[in-house]
Design a protein around this ligand. Structure first.
Ligand SMILES: [Mg+2]
Length: 231
């Protein structure tokens, strides 16, 4: 693999790249169900995690472009969940959302390679977070690591839209050639970066097949290997 030269800034995707979002999401919904069993067992018995995920995705689709704040989307999803099982209760939905968000932020586990890699990279590079999600670094053990953060929900534009890459580029203060994006999603991170004219590294932790139809120049299963790619 060739070495990437001249990089000054590296932006990272969050979910699936730095932490396992699906895992913490399911774990947090488990806590919600446990709480629901105590407060409203009749509702709890009609739900399971997969059903709650399906309702959340449906609500998010419906609210696309109307509500961008993901914590509000989640609240609307809990409201809809209670309606779907014939037990509407907005106050309970608010409470469930609080339970969910507490675990969703506090119980995030970083992948093992993340801290050692970022601690080393930050000595030489400006690091940023460029995420379609809403995991605040200071709430998941990454306080002070990033010099800039771009959350799509704050700008109403998401990856893979090149606009959000340009926004990150502007925040970093460096040129396109000096910027590298690192992420796990072929569509959002790799296609997005390629369309924005930005170099990228595909984080392929599960060794999945590249379905993009063109060769990705840089691919790794560990962030620690970034140190080799960059030097
Ligand atoms: Mg991701």
């Amino acid at each position: 693999m060739n070495v990437i030269e001249g990089i000054k800034t590296i932006s990272f995707d969050g979910d699936g790249t730095l932490w396992d979002f699906k895992k913490v999401m399911r774990h947090s919904l488990q806590h919600v169900l446990k709480e629901l069993k105590k407060t409203d067992p009749q509702t709890a018995i009609q739900l399971d995690i997969d059903k709650m995920i399906e309702i959340r995705n449906r609500v998010a689709k419906k609210l696309r472009g109307k509500i961008t704040n993901l914590e509000e989307v989640r609240l609307e999803a809990f409201k809809q969940t209670l309606k779907d099982v014939g037990r509407p209760n907005d106050k309970l939905a608010s409470y469930l959302n609080q339970v969910y968000l507490k675990h969703r932020f506090e119980d995030i586990e970083l992948f093992n390679d993340v801290l050692p890699a970022l601690e080393t990279l930050r000595e030489k590079y400006t690091l940023g977070l460029l995420s379609n999600g809403n995991s605040y670094p200071e709430r998941c053990g990454l306080e002070g690591i990033f010099q800039f953060i771009v959350f799509s929900q704050d700008y109403g534009v998401e990856k893979p839209d090149p606009k959000i890459f340009r926004l990150a580029l502007k925040k970093s203060g460096c040129s396109e050639q000096e910027f590298l994006h690192v992420g796990d999603s072929l569509e959002n991170d790799i296609m997005g970066a390629v369309n924005a004219g930005i170099k990228c590294v595909w984080v392929n932790r599960q060794r999945m097949k590249n379905t993009l139809g063109f060769k990705i120049e840089y691919e790794t299963d560990s962030l620690l290997k970034l140190l080799e790619i960059l030097e």
